[in-house]
Design a protein around this ligand. Structure first.
Ligand code: NAP
Length: 265
């Protein structure tokens, strides 16, 4: 078939990368043509291919793109690696979908600029789970009426960055939707540094890291004599795959920056 979307996965040996490879291979509209992971160098000779396929695993994005041009690259690597990876893919004129969290606002803007310059797309998606996208939307709605909110995000203990990209995006949306600031009138002191979490404008974020967790978040709104909690749980990494596949299909032909899955639904 020639009209399938040609996909390459970066971080292909990681937890999200492996799940993405499985989902891409299982989708009739997509064709896995490339894979890259720095961990490939640590594999024994003869195991340099994605299991269950004849796709070689390159040690870098540059190596992966040397001999081929995918339609879309999907990145699930690390906060330290993702910006350089995305710049490399965009420099090759390949639309890039970023699931890796940890990019700052300036980096996201810069990637958008580079994508526009190359007339391709870049999608930065803090959370591919549809339930999480709805949680963010409902939180923004609640913030219009309940102007006191805090976020608790909970993830597995291997997560490198804190707070999560989802928590930051939620806080941005909640801040934008809140009306005039309402003071509690209390001069707080922290007896233990960090006890009150990190603060993005008016929203505090608390990060929990424990084995056994996957990805979870609560947005708690307090009002007079009442409390509203909006919670989302991803119990496994499969929960992200419908969103990943949708993003791949919707980003083909898009130009410039898309930030958040809600802009592709
Ligand atoms: P992981 O298991 O640590 O996988 C990352 C993989 O990328 C590892 O195999 C790592 O190799 C490799 N890598 C590191 N630097 C690289 C580079 N420069 N080029 C190619 N590969 C490189 O992590 P994960 O759990 O899959 O998570 C990956 C990212 O996705 C994290 O930022 C996480 O927060 C994010 N995430 C996003 C969503 C979403 O919905 N957007 C959902 C879940 C997770 P080494 O082990 O050698 O470093």
């Amino acid at each position: 078939m020639t009209d399938r979307i040609r996909v390459a996965v970066v971080g292909a040996l990681g937890r999200m990368g492996r799940e993405t490879v499985r989902a891409v291979v299982a989708d009739e509209g997509l064709e896995l043509i490339g894979a890259a992971d720095v961990a490939a160098a640590r594999r024994p000779a003869g195991e340099a291919r994605m299991s269950g396929s004849d796709i070689p695993i390159s040690a870098s994005v540059a190596e992966m793109l040397a001999g081929q041009r995918p339609d879309v690259v999907v990145d699930f690597t690390t906060p330290a690696a993702v910006f350089a990876n995305a710049c490399e893919a965009l420099a090759h004129g390949v639309t890039t979908i970023i699931g890796t969290t940890g990019l700052d606002a300036a980096q996201i803007e810069e990637l958008g600029r580079r994508a526009a310059e190359k007339e391709v797309g870049v999608a930065v998606i803090p959370n591919f789970a549809i339930g999480a996208v709805l949680m963010m939307r409902f939180a923004a709605e609640a913030a219009r009426y309940l102007p006191h909110a805090e976020i608790i995000e909970l993830h597995h203990d291997q997560k490198l960055d804190a707070p999560s990209g989802t928590a930051l995006k939620t806080a941005e949306l909640v801040n934008a939707a809140m009306g005039e600031p309402v003071s509690t009138g209390v001069a707080e002191t922290e007896k233990l540094a960090g006890a009150r979490g990190g603060k993005l404008e008016r929203v505090r974020i608390h990060s929990v890291r424990l084995p056994g967790l996957v990805a979870h978040q609560e947005v708690i709104f307090g009002g007079v004599g009442q409390c509203l909690t909006i919670r989302h749980d991803s119990f496994n990494r499969e929960s992200f795959m419908p969103g990943v596949l949708l993003a791949i299909k919707r980003m083909v032909g898009r130009r410039g920056l898309v930030y958040g899955l809600e802009n592709l639904l």
